[in-house]
Ligand binder design. Structure first.
Ligand code: F3S
Length: 426
């Protein structure tokens, strides 16, 4: 072993806290060494977050592993939230599609029980936006985390200033169990330096999901330092800016592999350290209207019939904030009225976290949104699309992550709004 462990870590490695913790420590050491880590550091965030929320029938090794740990009395040191639930009977689906899900997510109930025993924060903690106020898993600046969900990692690093690598599933659980993670990448000051300067020179506010996609595809796993975006989203990290960065970040992380970005004059490290965050040999990527158009036009449509009428619309990947739910309610209401309609003309599902939904359900906007025929759910649309029968359906979305991982087709917010409310697709 090349890594230098503290006496406490070495004792775990040597089996003084049991064979299971020793195996976990060895796995983390090997994992860290593969990335050049020379030491392990304590996880300082209050909560963990797991990516594996789904009881997929074939994930037997995961369920066996978790059971082995539970049987040995090994649980997470920190409570954790987990990615969204895969199932919701309120989401439109045919009887055959529902039957298929039952087979696909056969292990959901027993896995839910395992998660609870392992340290799940509470029964509502199923969401990828665990950092929303209503959910309460909000890391502090400088906190070291053991998370894996790419959209949450990039948000925690960039918007909250926490320190977390893009870990893989199960390894993030290992870090939460032991309370240590290998020290490399985004945990180090050097790893947080920008290798790209992105200059935003658009004539209007760029669509968050397309801008994130363009940057992700260009810089891949590198850190971008984005200039010129504060002109459009301001210099205050308020609710609107955070919502924008949530969707932007998820696109950078899924269309590329970005785990951290800096927005000049806005995100905490960029405000604090400015251009000293930019590496000496950083490359430059200029984004103007034409570049965004080029990127958007490059998305393939993999529907069997590209001219098919959409059968379903998904929004809220990553899960929407309360503010976004209010905004969409207003926008849909106005567009329906303008188009002389009372209800959406394409079945539409908006997803959000169970905690945000619980609060939203008490609002006037929720009543309105329901009256427009929109379903608000807390599932993960990606897991819905994992059903081969659903994957064949012409589904539209404003999520670039969903577009990347499924057969769904991307449209901008205004294009989606026009389609679901019976307006013209300009
Ligand atoms: Fe969240 Fe599922 Fe999208 S985890 S980011 S809703 S793919």
């Amino acid at each position: 072993m090349k890594m230098k462990l503290t006496p406490e870590q070495q004792a775990i490695y040597d089996g003084e806290q049991g064979a299971e913790r020793a195996k976990i420590m060895k796995s983390l050491v090997l994992f860290g060494e593969a990335f050049g880590a020379e030491k392990m550091v304590p996880v300082t965030g209050k909560y963990g977050h797991l990516v594996t929320s789904f009881g997929l029938s074939f994930l037997t090794p995961v369920f066996d592993l978790v059971q082995e740990l539970l049987d040995a009395g090994v649980v997470s040191k920190q409570p954790f939230s987990v990615d969204p639930y895969p199932l919701d009977p309120n989401v439109p689906a045919s009887p055959l599609e529902r039957l298929t899900w039952k087979a696909i997510y056969l292990k959901q109930k027993p896995y839910d029980k395992q998660l609870k025993k392992m340290g799940l924060m509470n029964d509502r903690a199923y969401t990828c936006t665990c950092y929303m106020d209503e959910v309460g898993n909000i890391p502090e600046k400088g906190d070291v985390l053991s998370w894996a969900e790419s959209s949450a990692v990039v948000y925690a690093n960039s918007v909250l200033g926490a320190r977390c690598n893009r870990n893989s599933g199960i390894y993030e659980l290992f870090g939460s169990i032991l309370g240590f993670v290998p020290y490399y990448g985004f945990l180090t000051d050097e790893g947080r330096k920008a290798k790209w300067v992105v200059e935003v020179r658009t004539s209007k506010k760029p669509e968050a999901q397309v801008l994130g996609s363009a940057i992700g595809m260009k810089v891949m796993e590198d850190v971008p330092y984005v200039k010129g975006l504060d002109k459009w989203i301001g210099t205050e990290l308020n609710g609107a800016a955070k919502d924008y960065l949530k969707d932007f970040g998820a696109a950078t992380a899924s269309n590329g592999a970005v785990g951290l970005y800096h927005i000049e004059n806005l995100t905490p490290e960029a405000v604090e350290l400015g251009e000293s965050l930019i590496a000496d040999d950083a490359k430059v990527y200029v984004i103007d209207d034409a570049e965004l158009e080029r990127v958007k036009e490059s998305y393939p449509c993999i529907w069997k019939n590209p001219k098919a009428k959409p059968k379903l619309c998904f929004m809220g990947c990553p899960h929407m904030s309360y503010r976004q739910l209010q905004q969409w309610t207003e926008d849909i209401g106005e567009a329906l009225a303008a188009n002389g309609k009372k209800k959406v003309v394409i079945p539409t599902v908006i997803t959000t976290s169970p905690d945000v939904l619980e609060v939203f359900q008490k609002s006037e906007e929720y009543r309105k949104l329901k009256s427009y025929g929109v379903v608000v759910s807390n599932i993960c649309p990606l897991m819905y699309m994992d059903n081969p029968l659903c994957a064949r359906k012409p589904v539209i979305t404003n999520s670039n992550k969903l577009r990347t991982y499924t057969s769904s087709r991307y449209y901008t917010d205004s294009e989606i709004l026009a389609q679901i409310t019976g307006g013209d697709l300009a």
